[in-house]
Each structure stands twice: as structure tokens, then as C-alpha cells.
Design a protein around this ligand. Structure first.
Ligand code: BTN
Length: 324
């Protein structure tokens, strides 16, 4: 009897007891064989509740991402209701883009245990070691013009920041535009890539990388000073499934708010979580470097920078750093 068949029985009816009799009938093995298999699963990190009368109930699974289990826990109506989990892919962005081109509905979520060529912003890479983080891309189909795409990046950062703060109790801030930092070190990154036609977005691939359980040794020298993980920051490992479920719920709620009320409420939330406002900054743009003080977001999603002469200009895309 394979582990898989037995697990499928529990995953088919999440949270429900499955009787020993039902298991042995369906899998055509003895009750003793079922009991031995349950013990084997417990040794692998699964936990069950046993009732003499009702059978067994699956309580928890090891920190291995499992699509059916995640889908069953999702408290959303669209986000993460269809999940595809891969062991290794180059980048979940590529897999999600193919899915979107083939008509995948909004909310389809592609997750990988590991990425061999994870992509970051500005052509950089993204460290994505096996089983240590959440490396995922979701298909969005918003009915907004293409120049609104940056607003979705900011919205995603707010949702991620709120859900991770709630889950860990850590103090997490947003560095413009969408980096989440703990004590100045990055714990996640967001990369939105879109396809448009006639000025309208056909779809957006929202890529999110969350460094959940990485350890110091997972980072190369040079990155160790700039990046951290939730595990390093909190001193204890975290369930990646919990991270995904919480984030999806927060993300869908904010996305629905955005579709109903526009970008205004997101500006307020982003500004409240921002660690960039009010501190002198250098913004490196393709046109040159701008030095000034970020004072807020404008209605398009650009950051407003107050210059030395008191004037305020919007900056749409740049790399932000501290003045040298
Ligand atoms: C950044 O540079 O801050 C953005 C990093 C985005 C990383 C995520 S991990 C999942 C998805 N797949 C990728 O290749 N990149 C994004």
C-alpha cells in the first residue's frame, strides 16, 4: 500500500474522521496494515487524532507543500483556489505565464519547492533554495489600464506586510516600492510582469518570494548583510502553508477593496507601513539620480519626492538607497 493512497483518503475530506474499516476496505488491506502506515506517516511529520469509534483525522502535515491540503484550507473565493505545486522549475513566473496564456482563471497559483533560476527585479536573480521559502506566482486579470500596474505591486506589498506581521508579530516595514524589511534586511520580494493589449492589461503575473525558513548558511557572503528570513528574525521555523493561506486571504480582500474603491485606501495603508517616508533618499533612475525626501504616494502609485528647493516631483520607477 502506498502512502499516497492513504493520504488521498484524508485529503479528500479535510478535517473529517476516516474510519479504519473504510480505509481497509478501500485500500484492500488489513486494519493492522493501516495502523502501521499511520505510524509511518507520523514518523514523517504528519499528525493524526485517533478515536476508537470514529477512526483517524488528519490534523497536520509536514512542511511539505501539498496542493489539495492548501486548497482545502484556503478561505478565499478566487485567490489560491487552483494550485499547482512543482518540485523544481526555472522560475514560477514562466510557468504562470504559460498558464495565463492557456486561459488559467484569476487566482491560479503556481508554487515551486525550488527555483533553479529565480528572477528578481532589475534583472537580478532570486535565491530560492528547496523547501525553505514560498516561491510563487499568481495569475491576476484586473480590469484596469496598463499604467495602473504599479498600483498592484504596492497593493501586494501591503497585503504581504499585513499578513506576515499578523502571523509572526515581527515588526515589518515596506521600503519603496515593495521590499519588505525587518531591521533593515529584506525578507521578501515582489515582481509583477504584465501582458497588455490596446492599453488594457490582459493579465498580470504577480511573483512573490518569501524567505520563510532560510538559515544564515543559505545566503552567500554579501547577501547575508542585506537579507534575512522569518525564521532567523523570529528564532523559530514557520509553516509555509500558514504563510500562504494568511497571505492569500489578505491579498484577495485588498484586491477586492481596490476593484471597488480604487487606489485611495491602498495609499493610506501603504503609507502607514512605509519605512521610506520622511528619510532622505537617493533614487537612481535611468535618467539620473534624484536626491530628496519621500513624502507619500500620489494617486497613480508614484512616490512623491520633495527636493531641496521645496518642490515635489513624482518618481515612477527607481532603485532607492540612502544618500552617500
Ligand atoms: C525582487 O527583486 O525583490 C523581486 C523578487 C521576486 C521573487 C519571486 S519568487 C517567485 C517568483 N518567481 C521568480 O522567478 N521571481 C518571483
Amino acid at each position: 500500500m502506498s502512502n499516497d493512497k492513504l493520504l488521498q483518503m484524508f485529503l479528500r475530506e479535510p478535517g473529517q474522521y476516516v474510519s479504519g474499516e473504510k480505509m481497509s476496505q478501500e485500500l484492500q488491506v488489513s486494519r493492522t496494515a493501516i495502523w502501521k502506515q499511520i505510524q509511518k506517516l507520523e514518523a514523517e511529520g504528519y499528525s493524526f487524532e485517533a478515536s476508537r469509534r470514529l477512526g483517524y483525522r488528519l490534523l497536520n502535515i509536514p512542511d511539505k507543500l501539498e496542493g489539495a491540503w492548501l486548497e482545502s484550507r484556503m478561505e478565499t473565493s478566487r485567490f489560491g483556489k487552483l494550485i499547482h505545486i512543482h518540485d523544481t522549475v526555472q522560475s514560477t513566473q514562466i510557468v504562470a505565464r504559460d498558464a495565463a496564456e492557456n486561459g488559467a482563471p484569476e487566482g491560479t497559483l503556481i508554487i515551486a519547492e525550488q527555483q533553479s533560476n529565480g528572477r528578481g527585479r532589475m534583472g537580478r536573480g532570486w535565491v530560492s533554495p528547496k523547501g525553505k521559502g514560498v516561491w510563487m506566482s499568481m495569475v491576476l486579470r484586473p480590469s484596469v489600464p496598463i499604467h495602473f500596474a504599479p498600483q498592484l505591486t504596492l497593493l501586494t506589498a501591503v497585503a504581504l506586510c499585513r499578513s506576515l506581521t499578523r502571523l509572526t508579530g515581527l515588526s515589518i516595514g515596506i521600503k519603496w516600492p515593495n521590499d519588505l524589511l525587518i531591521e533593515g534586511k529584506k525578507i521578501s520580494g515582489i515582481l509583477l510582469e504584465s501582458a497588455a493589449e490596446d492599453e488594457r492589461l490582459r493579465y498580470v503575473i504577480a511573483g512573490v518570494g518569501i524567505s520563510v525558513n532560510l538559515e544564515q548558511s543559505d545566503y552567500e557572503d554579501g547577501l547575508r548583510e542585506k537579507a534575512t528570513s522569518l525564521r532567523i528574525a523570529s528564532g523559530k521555523p514557520l509553516s509555509r502553508s500558514d504563510v500562504i493561506v494568511q497571505f492569500m486571504q489578505e491579498w484577495e480582500q485588498l484586491y477586492d477593496l481596490y476593484q471597488e474603491q480604487g487606489f485611495g485606501p491602498i495609499i493610506t495603508l501603504w503609507e502607514a507601513l512605509s519605512i521610506s517616508l520622511g528619510k532622505p533618499a537617493n533614487l537612481v533612475t535611468p535618467q539620473g539620480t534624484i536626491t530628496g525626501i519621500p513624502v507619500g504616494l500620489d494617486s497613480t502609485g508614484a512616490i512623491k519626492i520633495q527636493l531641496d528647493d521645496g518642490s515635489v516631483i513624482p518618481v515612477f520607477s527607481a532603485e532607492m538607497g540612502e544618500p552617500t
